[in-house]
Design a protein around this ligand. Structure first.
Ligand code: NAP
Length: 368
């Protein structure tokens, strides 16, 4: 049976209140939801049973300790991350540690994936499970690995709901849609996005997802002239075409960290007659914004330059300092950090016990 419900304003406010004393300044309200400034990501790690156990434990520990955001994708560790989250979440709920309405669960679809283990012949596996079944037409596959047709997305949403054990996914992202751009014309790309958004609007009205968005790597960090560039304003236009002014294209995920500050620092987006950074557009549109790779896939935890450390007084480790940068950035709702080890959850939560940097402190640091 799938766990009913989804993150609500009342539930997330209740969750935030439980941590008011221990983690002041940890929660921010966006779209009526109280979201923790740190979220648990589940991308890295081997597709093994041993890593499943680690993630299950880390998810449980995070949910009972002040993190109410869990991020995944159907292809992360070949569906194993979604299934490990399901176990951690179900145990936390049945153990009375959290309620479903307190937690935001986000996942993504678009990349082809295996089912737990890599088959001996991947091409034959995809032929049998996708093409021969009629789920995917060969011409819909871009770069040999990416599909965003309505039929495929509807299927992937169903699989993710089952993997995660929840009736409703709080956020559903198109996963790196820019993967398709070098392989199709802009017209065809826009047609595919339009069809995908229409399918996602339908999934919202069916109660299978709450909101949708794009999770990207390069798309919003590169200049408008790049073949991989996406215009957030154009995507809003498409969302309005298919969903009206009450559309549900409301979430953004993109890399942001001390070594990749482009979301804030690079003017890549045409908006209101100016060219501005994507976070400015997202903020103006009231979007939920999730930063991925907050630690640059661990590298920032392994040693920051000495002169950077002074900007983060009171924090003990470089991981905490790097996370403090991300969660303090104007326009970022939540810093996602991959954490399969519960010790990392505990260490990183040390950041959430501190208020984020003020706008002035943040600006002063950036100007150095
Ligand atoms: N295009 C996309 O949509 C996209 C791309 C990348 C990431 N994401 C999302 O963003 C999340 C975060 O990004 P990421 O996982 O790629 O990279 P990350 O958060 O920058 O780094 C995760 C790595 O840092 C390690 N770590 C965490 N806390 C640490 C600490 N205190 N000290 C030392 N090491 C620490 C983790 O180890 P352990 O696992 O051992 O705890 C893991 O190896 C992902 O998990 C995923 O959910 C999305």
């Amino acid at each position: 049976m799938l766990i009913p419900g989804y993150a609500t304003p009342v539930g997330t406010a209740r969750y935030a209140r439980r941590f008011e004393t221990r983690l002041p300044g940890n929660f921010r309200e966006v779209q009526g939801l109280w979201i923790s400034s740190l979220g648990l990501g589940t991308y890295l790690g081997e597709p093994t049973a041993a890593c499943d156990v680690l993630y299950r434990e880390a998810v449980g520990h995070a949910l009972e300790s002040g993190i109410n955001v869990v991020d995944t994708a159907i292809n992360y560790r070949q569906q194993r991350s979604e299934r490990a989250i399901a176990q951690g979440l179900a145990a936390a709920i049945s153990g009375g540690k959290v309620h479903r309405d307190e937690v935001l669960i986000a996942t993504k679809g678009g990349f082809l994936t295996f089912d737990e283990n890599e088959p001996a012949d991947p091409a034959a596996y995809f032929q049998e499970t996708l093409i021969d079944t009629g789920l995917v037409r060969p011409e819909e596959v871009a770069a040999g690995c990416h599909v965003m047709s309505p039929k495929y997305l509807e299927n992937q949403i169903e699989v993710s709901r089952r993997n995660l054990g929840v009736e409703t996914l709080d956020v559903y992202y198109l996963h790196n849609p820019e993967t398709q751009l070098p392989h199709v014309t802009r017209e065809e790309f826009d047609r595919r996005i339009r069809a995908a958004f229409a399918a996602l609007e339908k999934a919202v009205s069916d109660g299978r997802i709450r909101v949708y968005g794009t999770a990207t790597w390069n798309a919003y960090r590169v200049g408008p002239e790049s073949p991989e560039a996406l215009s957030l304003a154009d995507l809003f236009g498409i969302a309005e075409e298919v969903g009206g002014t009450g559309h549900h294209f409301r979430a953004l995920q993109l890399p942001f960290n001390l070594a990749m500050p482009e979301a804030l620092a690079a003017s890549t987006q045409h908006f209101d007659g100016k060219v501005v950074p994507v976070l400015q557009v997202a903020h103006a549109k009231g979007m939920l914004v999730f930063a991925s790779a907050s630690l640059l896939q661990r590298k920032l935890a392994e040693g920051l330059p000495e002169d950077l450390r002074k900007w983060f007084p009171g924090l003990r480790t470089d991981a905490q300092r790097a996370i403090q940068f991300v969660r303090s950035a104007p326009g970022i709702t939540c810093a996602l950090i991959g954490m399969s080890h519960r010790d990392h959850v505990s260490e990183n939560l040390g950041t959430a016990a501190m208020p984020p940097l003020s706008r002035e402190q943040f600006r002063a640091m950036l100007s150095k």
